[in-house]
Ligand binder design. Structure first.
Ligand code: FES
Length: 112
């Protein structure tokens, strides 16, 4: 049984390193990112304007908003620089199973 609140988002095999995947969980747009051997989930909407973060680039555990260039830490959601000043929610991730078929579960009910 999965932990309460956690919803299957995709399989591990569907995630390419450093290539964000946009999913919707309980109506919340989430960008799922596999990088540096871990999987992160961050709200897909930039805190500066209504822009999809999953269309940006991932580097050094940060996702960059393509519109004005603020980067958000995938672990904390905090922006590293202007123009964004507010953090983006990040969500806990669980991996169930092994290898490419493992399920990536995300809970949008608890921000981590
Ligand atoms: S919309 Fe993302 S930094 Fe401006």
């Amino acid at each position: 049984m999965s932990a309460p609140g956690f919803v299957a988002a995709c399989t591990l095999g569907e995630l390419e390193d450093d290539t964000p995947k946009r999913v919707e969980i309980d109506g919340v747009p989430v960008s799922v990112v596999r990088t540096e051997g871990e999987v992160f989930a961050i709200n897909d909407t930039c805190s500066h304007a209504n822009v999809s973060l999953s269309e940006g680039e991932v580097e050094d555990c940060q996702i960059e908003c393509w519109l004005h260039g603020s980067s958000f830490d995938l672990r904390t959601g905090k922006p590293s620089g202007l123009p964004a000043t507010r953090p983006v929610p990040v969500y806990p991730v669980k991996i169930e199973g092994e290898g490419a078929d493992a399920t990536v579960l995300i809970s949008v009910t608890q921000e981590s």
